[in-house]
Design a protein around this ligand. Structure first.
Ligand SMILES: *Cc1c(COP(=O)(O)O)cnc(C)c1O
Length: 380
């Protein structure tokens, strides 16, 4: 078997991309909200079933700008079981992150532990639809309303997910999606903010373009976070093939599920009722005593299968955040971070490869039993 990496970026056919970008050579319009940018915005508003999409050069700056657009102060409650970006976006806005534990079934922010972390300084909640699994939006938004807090979802993993036919972009006050090369839908690098209050559209446009408000006026201290035309063109092409990509992922996930479900000590993601998933990731938690996650990663690597300890370490254990004292204990997040891996998953992954990976894991389990029996029979 040749190497199997955890992910492989989707690309349209070469010719399709070249056709899409060819008129850029007529217009010489390379960036600053050109026609590709406008076209992709419209396509995404349709795909995500949401009226307000603002494109960004990457997901991280989309989140940073989304947070800034609400003019928040004080503390923000969030999850430590995420990518560095979520917390960095909070801190780079001058806000203090307060870590809340995660639910052991969904790995998303545990809404039952949320209220005890709210203080008079709390201004927002930033939960993550981690692996594309939907947060307990109802409970989170109920609490947010009670305490007058903003809710901004990090939906980097949840592109295209729907709950009872409602697009995931329509929950909370705003949501951020990442279109990074490794995500289900990519624009090479890229991202967007979706939001409920239409007035934010102008604010976000200004923030991502140096705070420029008119030909001779600059009213805000904005940065530069614009999506360029080549990124938007990649998005236009990739969006045409997204349904097909997702259905290929679905077949792989089905195979993983059927093959791994019966192996003792493994915990797979629970399927969510009423949710149309996007099959972004396939996490497996090695929670049985006989398993050691790091051994699994090492043994798979010897067979040229490269998985990720995604998310390990927890953000709250990073050198730059270890000093934070106002956060809750997060025992579930700590445990799952020490036991989880995500298996290779991308549209092009062959079912043979997925099957091979399952066989490797199954054989590790068989070895455990053998070792145990040997230990028992060797006991005097
Ligand atoms: C990918 C990702 C981001 C950042 O997105 P970029 O487009 O890479 O900047 C933020 N949050 C989470 C959870 C992510 O996985």
């Amino acid at each position: 078997m040749s190497d199997i990496q955890v992910t492989k970026s989707s690309l349209p056919q070469f010719k399709e991309y070249v056709d899409e970008i060819s008129d850029i050579w007529d217009t010489h319009w390379l960036t600053n909200m050109g026609s590709k940018h406008e076209k992709l915005t419209k396509m995404l508003e349709e795909y995500l079933h949401t009226p307000n999409v603002s494109l960004f050069t990457n997901g991280h700056l989309a989140l940073e700008n989304a947070i800034e657009s609400f003019g928040l102060a004080g503390e923000v409650i969030t999850t430590p079981f995420t990518f560095a970006s979520t917390t960095h976006a909070i801190v780079r806005n001058g806000l203090i992150p307060v870590f809340c534990d995660i639910d052991p079934e969904t790995f998303t922010l545990d809404a039952d532990k949320l209220e005890q972390l709210i203080t008079e300084r709390t201004s927002a909640i930033i939960p993550v639809h981690v692996y594309g699994t939907v947060c307990d939006t109802e409970k989170i938004e109920h609490i947010a309303k009670k305490y007058n807090l903003k809710v901004i979802y990090d939906a980097a993993h949840a592109f295209g997910v729907e709950v009872k036919g409602k697009g995931i972009a329509n929950f909370g006050d705003a949501a951020m999606f990442s279109f990074h090369a490794t995500k289900v839908f990519n624009t090479i690098e890229g991202g967007c903010v979706t939001f409920q209050d239409t007035q934010l559209k102008e604010r976000l446009s200004q923030l991502k373009n140096f705070g420029i408000t008119g030909p001779e006026s600059v009213e805000f201290i904005g940065g530069n976070a614009k999506m360029n035309e080549f990124q938007a063109a990649m998005g236009i092409c990739n969006l045409h093939h997204l349904e097909e990509e997702i259905s290929k992922r679905e077949k792989i996930v089905k195979l993983y599920r059927e093959s791994l479900e019966g192996i003792p000590g493994l915990k797979l993601m629970t399927l969510q009722e009423d949710v149309k998933p996007n099959y972004a990731y396939f996490p497996v938690v090695f929670e049985g005593e006989a398993w050691n996650r790091d051994d699994v990663v090492a043994r798979l690597a010897t067979q040229n299968v490269f998985v990720r300890k995604y998310f390990y370490p927890l953000v709250s254990d990073y050198a730059c955040y270890r000093h934070l004292e106002n956060s809750a204990e997060t025992p579930n997040a700590k445990r799952i971070a020490s036991q989880v891996i995500t298996l290779p998953l991308y549209a092009d992954l062959s079912l043979e490869s997925a099957d091979y990976i399952c066989q490797l894991i199954q054989s590790m389990y068989t070895d455990q039993i053998k070792n145990k029996q040997e230990r028992i029979s060797n006991t005097p």
